[in-house]
Design a protein around this ligand. Sequence first.
Ligand code: S3P
Length: 173
Amino acid sequence: MSSPDRPLTLVLVGPMASGKTSIGRKVARILDVPFVDTDKRIVAAHGPIAQIFAEHGEGHFRALEREAVAQAVTEGGVVSLGGGAVTDVGTRTLLAQHPVVFLTVSADAVAARIGGSSRPLLNGDDDPVARWRTIFEQRRGWYEELADLTVDTSRRPMRAMAEEIASWRKDHP
Ligand code: S3P
């Protein structure tokens, strides 16, 4: 899937706070390819995610996300998606054509990572970890269906996980 003028592609999916951005950036550095975070692209072009959800709804955000994913996989490199990208059938169709790593994480490990979150889907009156868990369970089947490799990010050092993912990608051209 890579060519002399286009870097290899690798997509990271997984629930909110599973480490997609931090690990993705490290994997890209190891593989010496560009890194794209589709959420950051959307924010740069359209403003804060919470505002997009509030003003235009989740459906509009998913359409922007689908466009951002399509553009990113065309460019190549390591691409980290927002946790809910897999809920969109068009995005799933795009992802089926690329190597996908599913970063999974336990609710215990996530509890320490989502405090003061700006994620609109975790804001509300109820416990954010309970909310996170419900959302993850709704999406788990899609992550598993798309995954070519699954890595649990609950406990291991970032660097070790990034190296494992990069060497897996090298072995799966
Ligand atoms: C979302 C996850 C967020 C972001 C948006 C919606 C989701 O990205 O795309 O808030 O639906 O799970 P992270 O997975 O990077 O938190």
